[in-house]
Design a protein around this ligand. Structure first.
Ligand SMILES: Cc1ncc(COP(=O)(O)O)c(C=O)c1O
Length: 435
């Protein structure tokens, strides 16, 4: 595969953009080879600057449930563009989008639109703290909620549940308000609540990806989410479901399509912007009405509710609502893909674990079940790196880390899935033979 242009583009970018990329995961740090510089996308495919074609299972990390250059979304964006790119004043479109989100999520009375998932979770946490009057928060190891200071925290050493900064520049004073629990382990959550209560501050909110997609794909156990809801009620903490990835992706109702547990607040991103910068957070009136200008919790944004992004998102949500069968079809394709990966692994005598949640899929090269981040870290990353490189060379674009989720989009066909399975067969066979 000729990669001359991508290699040259990357070298040039490194001169002027830190690490050559505007978001670290794009740098291919966890795998080998060079990041592909993408020239264009069309439906299920992307084309790099050397005109190599790939089936795209990344889909911009989730937003593109309709694939690249979907005609209706394009025309909605173009129509909005003709009226102006931004006004910094309210538009009817924003109300229409808010209504669509609220109509699907029964526990949400109001939303606020923002520009990124990071903003959505950061603002939701501030609001939850303002509502509960308590400073501590609980997050889960392996869940990612964007890059705000309170959330760039990982588990402390030993038995400590209070976290330590996972990035330079995050003050220890702040990270000590973030407690880190183990995913799918309710006892670890109770310990966090109790430790916080003992230290006096108390837990204002718990934030969780109910379908975790940032340690690979690891769905929460039903019983665990149910118990988490009960613990939040017991300790008076706001429960936030971070559905930036899973919202309108795993099912029309996101996690609510799989679990009978209602959070107090939900954060959205990705699909609701259909590839443009848009995210949101929402909740019950009693919480949301504390937000500025009605209440004392401040949050704002020059480009929030941008008309191009809102038009794209509105088109996506309306199309999804009008065609609910999309989800079962995408899940059928995801299951077919993962069954194929499983069979290929068995053939090559390489252990694999797979998960599918609607149009989201994940796999780990390991023989043990993966229920939390510790389990995920014990999967074979070296093997994944080899697999990733071989799949790329065969025209299959997978996320460049085992701790990411893959996505199916509507233009994908069974033929696309089968050619990805063939590529997996060949790749794993080569790996087994030491090639
Ligand atoms: C669950 C979740 N929350 C929040 C974010 C942050 O969103 P953004 O990258 O738009 O800031 C992400 C990003 O991948 C995510 O997966």
């Amino acid at each position: 595969m000729n990669l001359t242009n991508s290699i040259n583009n990357f070298n040039e970018a490194k001169q002027v953009i830190v690490g050559g990329v505007n978001s670290p995961v794009r740098a291919f740090g966890a795998v080998s080879g060079t990041p592909r510089f993408i020239k264009r996308g069309e439906g299920a495919y992307i084309y790099d600057e050397d005109d190599n074609k790939y089936i795209d299972f990344v889909q911009s990390w989730g937003p593109l449930i309709f694939g690249h250059c979907h005609k209706d979304i394009e025309s909605h964006i173009l129509r909005a563009l003709k009226n102006g790119t931004s006004f910094g004043a309210p538009t009817e479109l924003e109300t229409a989008l808010a209504k669509e989100i609220i109509a699907v999520y029964e526990n949400i009375d109001k939303v606020r639109l923002v520009n990124s998932g990071t903003e959505a979770t950061m603002s939701a946490i501030r609001l939850a703290r303002g509502f509960s009057g308590k400073d501590d928060i609980i997050k889960f190891e392996g869940c990612y909620h964007g890059h705000s200071d309170s959330l760039l925290v990982s588990a402390g050493s030993g038995c400590a549940t209070f976290g330590s900064p996972s990035s330079l520049g995050v003050p220890h004073d702040l990270s000590r308000h973030t407690l880190v629990a183990r995913y799918n382990d309710i006892d670890s959550v109770r310990s966090c609540f109790e430790e916080s209560a003992n230290k006096g501050s108390g837990v204002g909110c718990v934030i969780i990806e109910p379908i975790a997609g940032n340690m690979g794909l690891v769905p929460a156990d039903k019983e665990f989410l149910y118990s988490l809801r009960k613990l939040c009620n017991e300790f008076g903490a706001v429960l936030i479901f971070d559905e930036v990835m899973s919202g309108f992706r795993a099912s029309l109702k996101g996690a609510l399509g799989f679990y009978d547990v209602l959070p107090d607040m939900v954060t959205f991103g990705k699909v609701i912007g259909a590839g443009l910068p848009l995210a949101a957070f929402g909740g019950r009136d009693e919480i949301m009405n504390l937000l500025s200008p009605l209440g004392g919790v401040y949050q704002a944004g020059t480009l929030s509710g941008n008309p191009l992004a809102v038009s794209a998102g509105l088109c996506a949500l309306l199309t999804l609502k009008q065609n609910p069968k999309i989800y079962s079809h995408l899940e059928f394709l995801a299951k077919r893909l993962l069954e194929g990966f499983k069979a290929a692994s068995q053939q090559a005598n390489i252990p694999i674990q797979t998960n599918v949640c609607g149009s989201m899929f994940g796999f780990f090269f390991c023989s043990h079940e993966v229920r939390n981040f510790e389990d995920a870290k014990r999967a074979d990353n070296l093997l994944f790196a080899k697999f990733h490189e071989k799949m790329l060379a065969k025209g299959v674009y997978l996320a460049c880390s085992q701790f990411e989720t893959g996505f199916i989009c509507t233009p994908m066909t069974e033929k696309d899935i089968d050619s990805a399975i063939n590529a997996a067969n060949e790749s794993l066979c080569e790996i087994a033979q030491g090639i």
